[in-house]
Design a protein around this ligand. Sequence first.
Ligand code: CA
Length: 235
Amino acid sequence: MKPNILIVEDESAIADTIQYALETEGFETCILSSGEQVMQTLSKGSFHLVILDVGLPDINGFELCKKIRKSHTLPIIFLTARSDEIDRVVGLEIGGDDYIIKPFSPRELSARVRAVLRRALPNILSAGETSCDPIPIQDGAFQIDKAKRRISYFGSVPDLSKYEYDLMQLFISHPGQVFARDHLMDKVWDEPGMSMDRTVDAHIKNIRAKLKQIKPDLDPIVTHRGLGYALKEDL
Ligand code: CA
C-alpha cells in the first residue's frame, strides 16, 4: 500500500509541484483547493497525512486543523508563507505535526513528509517499501519523465515549451557534451533551414530564466564561446 497524502492548497502551481514531488517518490495524492470538502474527503478515503495550507480562501488552515483533530488523528503538516504564523504552528494549541515555509524545495517537502510519517505511522513506509516497487531515490538535479515530457529540476517542474523540453532532454542525456548551435538545430527543430542560430540562443535564454526561478544561484547550462552549449556535469 502506498501512503496516501491529502494536499489542501488553493494555489494550483504549488499543489501541482507538491503532487509531482510526492508521486515521484511513490506516494498517492489527492488535491483539494479549498477547505470545504476536506472533512468529507477525509471520512471517505483512507489518508495517512494532510498537507494543509494556512491561507485557504474559505477557511483558515488553523481552524480547519482543529476541526480535523476532533475526529482524525492523522499527521498534519502546515504550509505557510508568513513567518509570523510559525509561532502559532509551533505552539501546541493548533495540533499540527510540522510546518513548511513557502517557498520550499519539493525535495525538502518530501523529506518532511517521510519524517512525519515515519514518526506517526512507522509501519506505513516500511509496508509500502516492501510490497511495492522500490520508491525511486531522486538523485541529481534533473529527472526526466519521457512519457509525460516532463523535466524536474531539484524537484520542481519548470513549464517548458516543446523546443525547450527537447533541448533540455538532449542536454540531460549527454551531460558535459558541447553541442554546436547547428547541431542543436538539426536535432531539435523540425525545419532546421527555417531558423537561425539565434533561435537556439533565445531558447537557451528562456530555459535559463525558468531554471533560475527554481535555483537562483545556479546556471546549469555552460556557454562555450564559439562552440555552443553544454550541461554542467555533476549537478
Ligand atoms: Ca493559499
